[in-house]
Design a protein around this ligand. Structure first.
Ligand code: GCU
Length: 330
């Protein structure tokens, strides 16, 4: 009897092994399609590519990454839906996209919450955001990490030095109430829109300008339609790496460990590459006529305080995260 059982277990184990392999004993490989809304020159693209190569190698070909840049799979909102439904497996989306699933996320994208890129890096790698990230799992996707997208500033057809300079100016923001309120408080008219439509909207006078980091400003050639980039430095919005929940929770323990470790490495290397990319982007924009203007930001900081208070007091979670983030400045 024992012998028969042993034999039975052996057969099951053997069939399991065969199930993991292809007909010719090849490893079963899963392709993770990733939606990305910027170009191949963007530091996040490079970080993702490197992540994919290492993932392929360290899982012995069980996972391969296929990145679709330039919004080929739609804007960030559309790609988040594709990830939810499992049509694609991963995407990089701005924090406001995930904020629409759980408004507690607004706290990590508040104006003036990070003091510097190094501060933001220590927050993203601290583990303090893990519970927040897991909280969206019931929506069909998980947040597995956050890339930096630097600091954002306002750009338009004239220098902006104080809130009054923005009066009546329609400035494009990412699609979220927090972002709209922010620009309204800064003196302008926050106008939510997908990133891909901004260039034409400014060109046609539907908008007076936008707000973004230097890399995207240059990558999307927005300097052609908005020459003055004024350093309001008002925002450091995280870009979140999301993955389909079933794919992620379905990984073996070993593969999940590799995946998590490599995401962390990818975040670290993207942070390292960021500043260098900012310099190159500024140079390119300047060569094409852009003007970068240093301004004093106190009045803008003062103006957005009511928004900071509102968002911090959303819930116990947001209060705690805000405190954790500020504690990491010390
Ligand atoms: C940045 C950010 C993107 C975001 C974009 C935007 O480029 O990295 O994730 O989509 O800003 O303003 O929409």
């Amino acid at each position: 009897m024992k012998k028969v059982m042993k034999l039975g277990l052996g057969v099951i184990f053997f069939s399991f092994l065969m199930g993991c392999s292809g007909d010719k004993g090849e490893v079963k490989s899963t392709t993770l399609k990733v939606a990305f809304n910027q170009s191949e020159a963007h530091p996040q693209y490079k970080a993702l590519k490197e992540f994919g190569e290492k993932l392929d190698k360290e899982t012995n070909g069980q996972y391969k990454l296929e990145i679709s840049p330039n919004s080929l799979l739609g804007d960030q909102r559309a790609s988040a839906e594709l990830v939810q439904n499992g049509v694609i497996q991963m995407a990089v989306v701005g924090n406001p996209v995930v904020e629409s699933f759980n408004k507690d996320f607004a706290v990590i994208g508040l104006p003036y919450i990070y003091d510097s890129i190094d501060h933001q890096k220590s927050v993203f790698l601290s583990g303090k955001l893990d519970d927040l990230f897991k909280s969206v799992g019931k929506n069909g996707f998980q947040v597995v990490g956050a890339y930096t997208a630097g600091a954002r500033s306002v750009y338009t057809n004239k220098p902006i030095e104080k809130p009054e300079d923005l009066r009546g100016y329609k400035i494009r923001v990412m699609q979220s109430d927090t972002m709209k309120k922010m620009v309204d408080l800064m003196g302008g008219v926050g106008t939510p829109m997908a990133q891909g439509e901004v260039y034409t909207a400014i060109q046609q006078g539907v908008l007076e300008g936008g707000e973004n980091n230097e890399v995207t400003y240059a990558d999307l050639k927005h300097y052609e339609v908005s020459k003055y980039f004024s350093y309001t430095n008002h925002l450091m919005v995280p870009d979140l790496i999301i993955i389909n929940d079933k794919i992620y929770t379905g990984m073996t323990k070993e593969n999940k460990e590799i995946f998590d470790k490599l995401i962390r490495e990818s975040v670290e290397s993207e942070f390292e590459a960021w500043n260098e990319n900012v310099l190159a982007s500024k140079k390119l924009a300047e060569e094409n006529g852009a003007k970068f203007i240093d301004i004093s930001i106190e009045q803008f900081q003062e103006n957005v305080k009511p928004l900071q208070e509102d968002v911090v007091n959303t819930s116990d979670v947001t209060k705690k995260i805000y405190q954790d983030i500020r504690d990491l400045t010390k």
